[in-house]
Design a protein around this ligand. Structure first.
Ligand code: SF4
Ligand code: SF4
Ligand code: SF4
Length: 207
């Protein structure tokens, strides 16, 4: 009798969980669009909301002081299609791409790739990466020093500029670290606004 009761309780729990999961994976068109824009399968519907990603994200820890956004909140909003608040969030530009969130995720959700896709979509929608490095084309000698040091492979030498070739920054990849600025022999590339230390200090001052 007791065994039957446990079997019934287990069945009840299992069906409830399945129903919850089925409800949760009603992913939005926006989430599908994100998936399509990525070179990887993003598996947004695999997130079961444990928030381990948020617990290891250093940027969320600071960004939360000013604006309530975390990797987990971002995923959830993408799943339900709450596009506007994500695209307008400074969080997508502050994310360093460190992938600590992915390492912590027990479901293998590619969270930093989700952010990368969001950045691409935001740019397509006319938004700007406020921290992206900018090149002064008049004085860039296309030496390639910045290309070598960029940890995010955000810079390439392309045709253009008064000298025929010029450094070009991909704003969807640039995380605003300032490494390029520090090696340019001509001061031809500048991180647009602040470096990470300054950004973190800015948030710390508000606490
Ligand atoms: S990749 Fe971005 S969202 Fe993930 S832990 Fe790093 S800063 Fe946070
Ligand atoms: S390091 Fe400076 S001069 Fe050299 S390619 Fe980059 S921006 Fe141009
Ligand atoms: S600021 Fe950092 S991430 Fe951006 S282009 Fe320069 S080196 Fe690359």
């Amino acid at each position: 009798m007791e065994g039957l009761l446990y079997a019934f309780l287990f069945l009840f729990y299992y069906v409830s969980e399945m129903e919850m999961h089925e409800t949760y994976i009603q992913i939005s068109d926006f989430a599908r669009e994100l998936d399509a824009a990525s070179t990887y399968e993003l598996d947004l519907s695999d997130c079961y909301g444990c928030a381990r990603c948020s617990s290891v994200c250093k940027v969320a820890a600071f960004a939360a002081l000013d604006e309530p956004m975390t990797p987990r909140a971002l995923l959830y909003r993408a799943v339900i299609g709450e596009t506007k608040s994500i695209i307008e969030s400074p969080f997508i530009w502050l994310c360093s791409g460190c992938a600590r969130c992915e390492e912590a995720c027990p479901q293998g959700v590619r969270i930093s790739e989700v952010v990368r896709s969001l950045r691409r979509l935001a740019l397509e929608m006319g938004r700007k990466n406020p921290n992206a490095a900018r090149v002064n084309e008049r004085i860039c000698m296309h030496c390639g020093a910045c290309v070598v040091v960029c940890p995010n492979k955000a810079i390439s030498i392309v045709d253009g500029g008064p000298k025929g070739k010029v450094a070009n920054v991909d704003p969807s990849e640039c995380r605003g670290c300032g490494a390029c600025s520090s090696v340019c022999p001509n001061n031809a590339i500048q991180q647009a606004s602040l470096n990470y230390i300054e950004i973190l200090n800015m948030f710390a001052r508000k606490s």
